[in-house]
Design a protein around this ligand. Structure first.
Ligand SMILES: CC(C)(COP(=O)(O)OP(=O)(O)OC[C@H]1O[C@@H](n2cnc3c(N)ncnc32)[C@H](O)[C@@H]1OP(=O)(O)O)[C@@H](O)C(=O)NCCC(=O)NCCS
Length: 338
């Protein structure tokens, strides 16, 4: 282990809503085909909240409970809850507040962070700081999204991409065997208008006229929906993923040949293939769940970590590289020894 490893993952969990929405379901409601979606994106189906009486904090609560149980601790042991989400339950208070209440983490300081699809990696980096100072010993870092609540069902170029879900980890001080070996996070505000949602933000709330313009001729209210320049996002995404991977490995003092498992952010299979090829990672060591889950933003990586641990794809002692990019633009990576 490198000397600077200060935080380990002690438990993992995830939750997916029950409802499955297939590409064929989309064929019935918009001008698209299963073939186009599979070829251009790689998604067959996604999990969606649909009509269930759930919001982001409910998804996060299930994932948090599973991670706490896996870590073998009690909710009262949790010192902090950090939730990465772009689909909070409400403008305020934080989504983490509701998770705290739901799980009974009565001793925790809790808050949300907004770094889009890179959010969970940002959250892990923040948690590492808390552990490094000795302030906290047990932190829940959650990525949770009800992303389909932002999907514009009149826009075929975005609606088909997203899914809902939550992934959680409990982190603790490292034990000399496992832990975060390297990390990297970065942002570029010049690219803010490649991927965004006005949501209930102050920019929209104060401009009544602009709000009216955002309701189209059919009465479809686009204010809170996801807008994206897909082609440009794609171009920056590949660069950002490669930079994230390389910088995180540099920070850990290792190279791609020492990586056992690669977990890229699950947004587009062609982006995953590009980074896998660049890192010369054989297919069986690249985690892909995009075909079944779609892109659930900050939740994709912690969900994939939990699934991979529990299915045996990540074994004790494995070195795992994760890399993500997202709205902002934000991007980042982690090297984690399990
Ligand atoms: C969105 C994305 C799949 C679009 O694929 P693309 O190959 O770039 O496709 P384009 O946007 O150039 O569109 C090509 C054509 O397909 C059409 N198209 C878009 N969505 C479609 C759909 N769901 N079904 C059928 N056709 C579709 C477009 O209208 C366009 O048609 P036209 O040539 O007649 O105008 C791709 O750009 C992408 O994945 N970008 C990154 C998105 C991402 O990762 N976002 C998450 C960030 S965390």
């Amino acid at each position: 282990m490198t000397k600077k490893t200060i935080m380990k993952i002690a438990g993992t969990g995830h939750y997916l809503p029950e409802k499955i929405m297939t590409n064929q379901d989309f064929e019935k409601i918009m001008d698209t085909t299963d073939e186009w979606i599979q070829q251009r994106v790689g998604i067959k189906e996604r999990r969606v909240v649909g009509d269930a009486d759930q919001s982001t904090s409910d998804l996060a609560t299930f994932a948090a409970k599973a991670a706490i149980e896996d870590a073998g601790i009690n909710p009262e042991d949790i010192d902090a809850i950090i939730i990465a989400t772009v689909t909070p339950d409400m403008a305020f208070p934080s989504t983490a507040i509701f998770v705290q209440k739901n799980i009974g983490a009565v001793n925790a300081a809790v808050f949300d962070i907004s770094a889009a699809c890179t959010g969970w990696i940002y959250g892990m980096t923040i948690a590492e700081g808390f552990i490094a100072t000795g302030k906290f010993k047990n932190i829940l870092v959650i990525g949770a999204e009800f992303l389909t609540s932002l999907a514009d069902m009149t826009d075929r170029s975005t609606a088909v991409l997203f899914g809902d879900g939550a992934g959680a980890v409990v982190v603790q001080p490292a034990d000399g065997e496992s832990g975060i070996m390297g990390s990297y996070i970065k942002s570029n505000g010049e690219l803010a208008e490649l991927l965004w949602s006005y949501g209930g933000g102050s920019r929209v709330n104060k401009r009544v006229t602009d709000q009216e313009k955002m309701v189209d001729a059919n009465g479809n209210d686009k204010r809170s929906k996801i807008r994206m320049e897909g082609n440009k996002v794609y171009k920056y995404a590949v660069r950002a993923m490669i930079e994230s991977a390389e910088k995180a490995m540099d920070d850990a003092g290792i190279n791609e040949h020492q990586i056992d498992v690669l977990i890229p952010h699950q947004a587009n299979m062609r982006i995953i293939d590009a980074i896998a090829e660049r890192l010369e990672m054989p297919d069986d060591r690249v985690i892909r769940n995009l075909q079944y889950l779609g892109n659930s933003s900050a939740a994709t990586i912690p969900i994939a970590i939990d699934q991979s641990r529990k299915s045996g794809k990540i074994k004790k002692g494995d070195i795992v590289l994760v890399a993500a990019f997202g709205g902002g633009f934000t991007w980042g990576g982690l090297v984690i020894k399990f």
